[in-house]
Write a protein that binds this ligand. Sequence first.
Ligand SMILES: *Cc1c(COP(=O)(O)O)cnc(C)c1O
Length: 441
Amino acid sequence: MPKTTPPDEADLTGVAARTSPKPTVETVGGRKLKPATLMMGHGYDPMLSEGSLKPPIFATSTYVFPNAAAGKRHFEGVTGKRPGGAEGLVYSRFNGPNQEILEDRLALWEEAEDALVFSSGMSAIATLFLSMVKPGDTIVHSGPLYAATETLIARILGRFGVHWLDFPAGATREEIDTVLSKASSGNVALIYLESPANPTNALVDVEAVSASRDAIFKGANKPPIAIDNTFLGPLWAQPMRQGADIVVYSLTKYAGGHSDLVAGGVLGSKEHINTIRLMRNTIGTICDPNTAWMLLRSLETLELRMSRAGENAVKVCNFLKTHPKVDRVGYLGFLEEQGDARQADIYRRHCAGAGSTFSLYLKGGETEAFAFLDHLKIAKLAVSLGGTETLASHPAGMTHLSVPEARKKALNITDSLVRISIGVEDADDLIADFGAALDAI
Ligand SMILES: *Cc1c(COP(=O)(O)O)cnc(C)c1O
């Protein structure tokens, strides 16, 4: 009868069905393979699933133990009695083959020791926070953050006695020192960053944050640095290289890349990931097997999609910046020529590319912005980013509608601001679309 794991492979230690008896190929002729190559096979042995080239979707809520002792050992992993999670499959709130293959492949992109996947970017962030903070602790963060993350820190964790302090995304070493010193009178549980900030596009100097943290906090008091890398990762920014300990993703965006799923990820050292995994095991914020399978498909084209979107964005932004109806294009690729020396310096040290999400400031106000948006034919009028299709939205009237006027002003969220995420269409078609919509204003 068909079966997923041959009996001799379902050994008494209960090794997961997806686990290859031979190690996955990671080098060829002494050459360490790149993630783009490893996305097609890493962590999965077809021979354990009837030769199926692609992993099957494991639609099950629970897993049968080969014997009672193996079941006990797995639960020691699940409950944290032994670190590292269960050695075998237990129950679908804890782990599953599709999610584990996805986690192995996700970690490769940033050379992280380990990774976890979640049901959304926000459930990843919430699980991270819940695993690290207790009443009385402080979270120090860069600002602005993704709106729901700010709500989670200030309004929800605040209800449980967690404090927060922030510094602006573009802060200098001195400014970061000032905020961290002030915070260090209490227990700082976590330093949480997001770069580039939305919609200002301001980059955080992760190297400066890391140096400041190391100067101000010693030994066991040293808080980990986590960063939301959704906008530039993993192709254009890999912040663990600049000193971040934990990287957070909304996989809904570039990683999923087709605007057809919602998921999140956290990458980091085995030690941090073990702490976060225990919380995920408890509250069940793991992503489902079907979504994990879709993400495995997405990761196979991650580099292709992001490269093409990045190339398209260069062309589109170059067209937009000289158009008479455009006031300014807030695109990371223009930092140097726009004379922002501080931001350009961070960009050079931290980024391998300018991404494909940017801010377009039109001449005029809401009327002009709405006319532009309503005349787009290829670009879709929707929030979100990082998909194959180009999206455009109006932050002041949509994502940031409830932000108080003074704060909108400080963040430069004007009525003439349009946010654009460039997809993988033909660049000249996109330019024609933007050109015609600008002419129609
Ligand atoms: C979308 C997004 C999130 C939230 O992710 P969901 O998958 O929607 O929960 C968090 N951070 C950033 C930067 C995002 O763009």
